[in-house]
Design a protein around this ligand. Structure first.
Ligand code: SAH
Ligand code: SF4
Length: 359
């Protein structure tokens, strides 16, 4: 079956998804057009902000792809003070961002749990309950997730990175901290507790095939996920995966593949929230806007104080590292309009899928 026929029939199995992922030229444009139509029809042109606070790059884990992994001695470590984090939250609230994401390296300790719990409560207080809170703090025990949920966080992002357990093993050390089964259990726990649950993958990792990517999309569908953030893998020189850089697809191809993933996912899961990943912008200055045009509806403007952005280097060539939050906002207003979008200021912009899942 060709792309046109697949899009008309609308039944996307593994083989159909692979064909779509391999589409080029006019056929690729057909895919993008279809995804854009689905988005407009199902959720409209509203784009919602999640102000991203990358509050610390201190991490207890050692993922082979990540620039802030524990064993990278070159990384300049930092940890924002509570006051700096609350300042960023105030900025998000005053500028009607609607929601904020607390993201950082992964730590499992009672001190860390308590700190986050206290911050969630304070962010809720300073915004009179109005700022939605998403957490992206990795794998934690059920009781920890529950405490953070009870304190007021209502969304959680935990990427599966790849849904293929064999590949997962190649990207992580083999110990209990980096176990695929644990990540899956964590995702299920988050869903059970009642978080709007988000996941995602990296696209264009070494050894990953188009069939793996098709399986990743089917995994998201089967898991009945509420939100997705996925973007291109970008190599970092101080990481173990860097040795396989000659095996990688050219960066532009990874970028294109990431856009196709977003478009196919929009057709597959019509009412979920899909973020335009920052890593897209590291490759193409208009990368996130392109993702918005073809299916994404969430953008995560960085509101980390400017001087720390450089050090949260998960990958190289991270965009906007020399900007302050205020500049970011002005720049995004213009950019979203260019992508035919409209920013939903002051709104949570929850995943429609989540609310339907509950009813
Ligand atoms: N520690 C938390 C949150 C920070 S990392 C966690 O791991 O969930 C957030 C995401 O950054 C990861 O899920 C991973 O998908 C992405 N990431 C890490 N290194 C990357 C790289 N080299 N290229 C692209 N994305 C990367
Ligand atoms: Fe730590 Fe997340 Fe990077 Fe893994 S991906 S090393 S958990 S920050």
């Amino acid at each position: 079956m060709g792309v046109k026929e697949i899009l008309e029939k609308g039944r996307l199995g593994r083989n159909e998804i692979i064909t779509l992922l391999e589409s080029e030229g006019e056929e690729k444009q057909l895919l993008f057009k279809k995804a854009s139509e689905v988005k407009m029809r199902e959720i409209g042109n509203r784009v919602h902000f999640r102000g991203l606070v990358e509050f610390s790059n201190i991490c207890g884990k050692d993922c082979y792809y990540c620039g802030i992994r524990k064993s990278n001695k070159e990384a300049q470590r930092y940890n924002l003070s509570d006051e700096q984090i609350l300042e960023a939250a105030r900025f998000a609230y005053e500028n009607k961002y609607g929601s904020l994401v607390l993201q950082g390296g992964e730590l499992e300790s009672s001190g860390f749990t308590q700190r986050i719990e206290k911050l969630i409560r304070e962010i809720k207080r300073l915004s009179a309950g109005k700022l939605g809170i998403t957490l992206s703090l990795g794998e934690q025990k059920e009781e920890v997730y529950q405490r953070w949920f009870d304190a007021g966080a209502h969304r959680y992002l935990l990427r599966i990175e790849t849904s293929n357990p064999e590949l997962y093993k190649q990207y992580h050390p083999s110990n209990t901290l980096h176990d695929f089964a644990r990540r899956l259990t964590c995702l299920k726990t988050l869903q059970r507790i009642g978080f709007q649950t988000g996941t995602g993958v990296m696209i264009g990792l070494p050894f990953q095939t188009t069939a793996d990517l098709a399986d990743d999309l089917l995994f998201m569908k089967q898991f009945d996920i509420d939100m997705v953030g996925m973007g291109p893998y970008i190599e970092h020189q101080h990481t173990p995966l860097y040795q396989y850089r000659s095996e990688l697809l050219p960066i532009q191809v990874r970028f294109d593949l990431a856009l196709k993933m977003v478009a196919i996912l929009r057709i597959l899961m019509k009412d979920i929230n899909i973020a335009a990943a920052t890593a897209l912008q590291a490759i193409d200055p208009l990368g996130r806007e392109k993702a918005i045009k073809i299916g994404a509806n969430i953008i995560m403007p960085n509101i980390t104080p400017g001087k720390f952005r450089n050090d949260y280097a998960l990958y190289e060539n991270k965009p906007c590292v020399d900007e302050e939050p205020e500049e970011c906002k002005n720049c995004l207003d213009v950019r979203i309009q260019l992508a035919d979008g409209e920013i939903g200021y002051g709104e949570w912009g929850d995943s429609k899928h989540f609310h339907k899942r509950l009813t």
